[in-house]
Design a protein around this ligand. Structure first.
Ligand SMILES: NC(=O)c1ccc[n+]([C@@H]2O[C@H](COP(=O)([O-])OP(=O)(O)OC[C@H]3O[C@@H](n4cnc5c(N)ncnc54)[C@H](OP(=O)(O)O)[C@@H]3O)[C@@H](O)[C@H]2O)c1
Length: 362
């Protein structure tokens, strides 16, 4: 049996979960009898049935007697504990499935090989590591969250051909309409967007997804160590949740602002206290991890991006380079990594860099 064909199918199915499964991983599953897929499913929404449950449920009544003679292919190791749903290892054993083929082991410390151990102890023939690199790329946000105890970090910026990200002190459109639309698609795929204080002030961005499908807006995160931002800025409007990071030792203005907000705004506006005498990025990332945010996209400006780069705190960078010069302005961050993709988007060139994982993006 060619395991890769069916594991590839599980990876295709897994992708359908999209952001709806966050903070859970994307998982797909198919059940194969003598080279025929008799059932398939994927994890569709956080807290709901796992891929294995949906795959078993999809088997037609006329094929159900074949389940105990089939191979179950799944993109991530079956769970083995009672979480929001019962363990999938129990489901596999209850249906007497004799063989299980897995793409990746689950990095979640509550599973981490225990699912495989339990199945083998019951005599199930288990194979692991099929297309492991592709699976790790698909679930890179989940893997980073568990292994590094921080969200997956994507740095994004646009630069002129001569290496500037804007004119000094004014909002400057560098890339074209298609790049903007693609950026909104990316926003729809991540849990949060982070910007620096100057960017909030100068660009006054809304930081929402308005040009791509998606039910939920990512959380907007803004650094405002000294509480110097005006509450009239777009990031304080109630079209998405906003997290502010500020140092109460410097100013407590945000408590006053909170008190002036009505009930609805109150829920949309979350203040995070930080100690600005310590590393702010670590404190931001710790807060994300505690709130189970799997990914953030850092949308500038130069100072904030450069501090992520200097700290080696990034996983992927997406850089648009326009075909025109600015001659002067805010200098673009300096970054180097493995180029995994370079394509033209209208008049802009998109370069995608990673630090570790090598797979195409689009
Ligand atoms: N082309 C693009 O893709 C793009 C994207 C975004 C922005 N921009 C442009 O970039 C310009 C702003 O960039 P910028 O470099 O001047 O500013 P920035 O990175 O947006 O903000 C810098 C400020 O944020 C806070 N900050 C940043 N990193 C920090 C860290 N590691 N720890 C603590 N505080 C940190 C500091 O605020 P405090 O000084 O208050 O502590 C710092 O002064 C704007 O002109 C904007 O138009 C371009």
């Amino acid at each position: 049996m060619n395991h890769e064909i069916y594991i590839r199918r599980t990876l295709e199915l897994a992708q359908r979960g999209g952001v709806a499964v966050s903070p859970n991983p994307l998982v797909g599953c198919c059940i194969v009898h003598e080279n025929r897929i008799i059932g398939e499913g994927w994890h569709q929404r956080y807290g709901e049935a796992h891929a294995e449950v949906n795959a078993v449920a999809s088997v037609q009544p006329k094929d159900r007697h074949l389940i105990e003679k089939s191979t179950l292919y799944v993109s991530l190791e079956p769970c083995c504990y009672y979480g929001l749903t019962p363990p999938c290892t129990d489901l596999i054993m209850r249906h007497l499935i004799p063989q299980v083929v897995i793409c990746n082991l689950d990095p979640n410390p509550r599973i981490a090989g225990e699912g495989v151990k339990r199945l083998r102890a019951q005599g199930v023939d288990v194979h692991t590591g099929i297309l492991a690199q592709e699976g790790a790329w698909l679930n890179r946000r989940f893997f980073v969250m568990h292994k590094k105890k921080r969200p997956y970090i994507i740095l994004k910026f646009a630069q002129s051909a001569d290496g500037f990200i804007s004119k000094k002190g004014e909002q400057t459109w560098i890339s074209g309409k298609a790049a903007k639309r693609l950026t909104h698609k990316w926003r729809s795929e991540e849990d949060a967007i982070l910007i620096g204080t100057n960017t909030a002030e100068v660009d006054n961005p809304q930081l929402t997804n308005r040009l791509w499908a998606g039910e939920e807006q990512p959380i907007r995160m803004v650094l405002d160590r000294t509480t110097r931002l005006s509450s009239k800025l777009n990031v304080f409007k109630d079209d998405a949740t906003t997290w502010i990071f500020f140092d109460p030792k410097i100013s407590t203005d945000y408590y006053a602002l909170m008190n002036h907000l009505d009930g609805k705004r109150d829920r949309m506006f979350i203040v995070n206290e930080i100690d600005s005498s310590k590393n702010m990025l670590h404190q931001v990332l710790d807060n994300c991890y505690k709130s189970k945010l799997k990914s953030i996209i850092v949308e500038g400006g130069a100072q904030l991006l450069q501090s992520f780069i200097s700290e080696n705190l990034w996983d992927e960078a997406r850089i648009f380079t326009a075909n025109h010069n600015l001659s002067e302005g805010v200098v673009a961050p300096k970054i180097s990594g493995e180029i995994v993709q370079q394509i033209n988007i209208e008049n802009d060139q998109l370069t995608v860099l990673t630090r570790q994982l090598k797979q195409p993006l689009l």
